[in-house]
Ligand binder design. Structure first.
Ligand SMILES: Nc1ncnc2c1ncn2[C@@H]1O[C@H](COP(=O)(O)OP(=O)(O)O)[C@@H](O)[C@H]1O
Ligand SMILES: O=C(O)[C@@H](O)C(=O)COP(=O)(O)O
Length: 423
């Protein structure tokens, strides 16, 4: 018998580990699954918090909807009472989706006519004011997200971004209302239907929103709104107390694989290359079928020494590759190459792997046949070390998360040992 209470569907793998980290911080055991299990899972220890990592951020909307609905069915069959649709705190989507279509489909399946959208993540500089998303001190559309290889964000208004993606209407709970407290938020919600965007500027706003909304069936957004939820459910006796489990110690070689071209990753790669061996992947060369050079380079490296393989490049160079190859093909070539190199690294004794990029993390994690992750401590907000059942440690870093020294920070943290985790 399962006792799942909270079920989350994440649109990419870094997003899934980000959400799992926020729940772990709140002291609850989380099961993070890579895709839906193929067979029954009845004999394993059930946890009240399940996160399913999908790779549906940039697939056609029909495919994203089908996968998300299957995940919803699976979670509800396990007993999930609260559903969370986790997407990016920078609202990464194409003009057609997939944030809106999936939210609409989940609403229909749950038979509800209202949900909320809360991408705010103040600790990582994502704030929503009057329905407009800010990244640090910039509007989303003026931030480096305007140049994202797959989901360039050229508008900052969440209602405007959602409108062409959804069948229902949009609404907004404004910042002044949120600052008046949970009751004011509930009163405002009672007058709204469809997709309600929530303003939130600081963590205290997320706490107010969580207090007002923790009992609604479906929350959509970034990971930060999830952090205050477990304490609220614990206070009302909805979930019990939880214990932490010791983490496995992972020794063995190390590598960084970076397919993210986000501004922060570019800086992180630059810093890491000062002390690590590096190999740059070029999508145009990959298109000629040349992965052999990269594989040969990797084979010559000491498994234990710091090293990085990266396709990370400046927007101009990304645009040039995309002009020649098309956006999807350029992305797929890099993802497939890094996935193959992850397998090669594993075969030469590498067991501690940092991956930069959400899509990239999806490709690498799948290639390594990982089906479940235990969540460890965070290297940076939203980026935990994760552990597989078969001796691998993975840190899946979202493009813009972490400090410039992230890659060094990650391995240092493992060297010094990590105390405990949930899962
Ligand atoms: N040099 C490049 N030219 C074109 N596309 C690239 C290049 N390097 C990486 N990519 C692709 O860009 C996408 C980056 O997305 P992702 O891995 O999700 O990173 P992020 O987390 O920064 O959004 C991937 O599909 C990746 O394969
Ligand atoms: O919400 C976030 O910002 C992250 O959890 C996330 O989804 C990041 O996506 P990528 O930057 O594509 O890794």
């Amino acid at each position: 018998m399962s006792n799942t209470f909270f079920g989350a569907i994440a649109d990419d793998f870094t997003g899934a580990t980000d959400l799992a980290a926020m729940l772990s911080r709140a002291g609850v055991p989380v099961t993070l699954r890579i895709g839906l299990p193929e067979g029954p899972v009845a004999n394993e220890t059930a946890t009240a918090f399940e996160v399913i990592a999908l790779k549906i951020r940039t697939v056609p909307p029909e495919d994203a909807v089908a996968e998300a609905r299957a995940a919803l069915r699976w979670l509800r069959a396990r007993g999930a009472k609260r559903i969370f649709w986790k997407y990016c705190s920078t609202f990464d989507s194409t003009p057609r989706g997939n944030i809106g279509p999936v939210a609409d489909a989940l609403m229909s399946d749950l038979k509800i006519d209202r949900t909320v959208h809360c991408p705010a993540f103040p600790e990582n500089g994502r704030r929503v004011f009057m329905g407009n998303l800010f990244v640090n001190d910039m509007l989303l559309s003026e931030s480096p997200m305007k140049d994202h290889p797959l989901t360039p964000m050229r508008d900052s208004n969440l209602m405007r971004l959602l409108a062409p993606q959804i069948k229902r209407q949009t609404g907004l709970v404004t910042f002044p209302t949120v600052r008046r407290g949970a009751e004011a938020v509930r009163d405002a919600m009672a007058t709204l239907s469809g997709h309600v965007v929530l303003d939130a500027v600081e963590d205290c706003d997320l706490a107010t929103l969580a207090e007002a909304l923790h009992d609604i069936p479906l929350i959509c957004g970034g990971s930060a709104i999830a952090q205050p939820l477990p304490a609220l459910w614990r206070n009302t006796g909805t979930i019990g107390q939880t214990a932490t489990a010791p983490l496995p110690k992972v020794t063995g070689g190390q590598i960084v694989l970076s397919g993210s071209c986000s501004a922060m990753t570019r800086a992180q790669v630059g810093v890491y290359l000062k002390g690590a061996a590096g190999y740059r992947l070029d999508p145009l060369e990959l298109a000629q079928g040349n992965l052999a050079d990269a594989r040969a380079w990797l084979k010559m490296q000491d498994p234990n020494a710091p090293k990085i393989v990266f396709a990370t490049a400046e927007p101009k160079s990304v645009a040039a590759a995309q002009d020649r190859l098309g956006v999807a093909r350029a992305g797929a070539l890099v993802e497939d190459a890094l996935a193959q190199l992850a397998i090669d690294a594993r075969n030469m004794g590498v067991s501690r792997i940092v991956v930069a990029g959400g899509e990239t993390s999806g490709a690498v994690t799948r290639a390594l046949n990982v089906d479940r992750l235990t969540i460890g401590p965070e290297v940076a907000p939203g980026v935990p070390w994760c552990f597989t059942g078969n001796g691998l440690a993975l840190a899946l870093k979202s493009g813009n998360f972490g400090a410039e020294t992230f890659f060094n920070d990650a391995f240092e943290m493992l060297e010094h040992g990590v105390a405990s985790a949930t899962g």
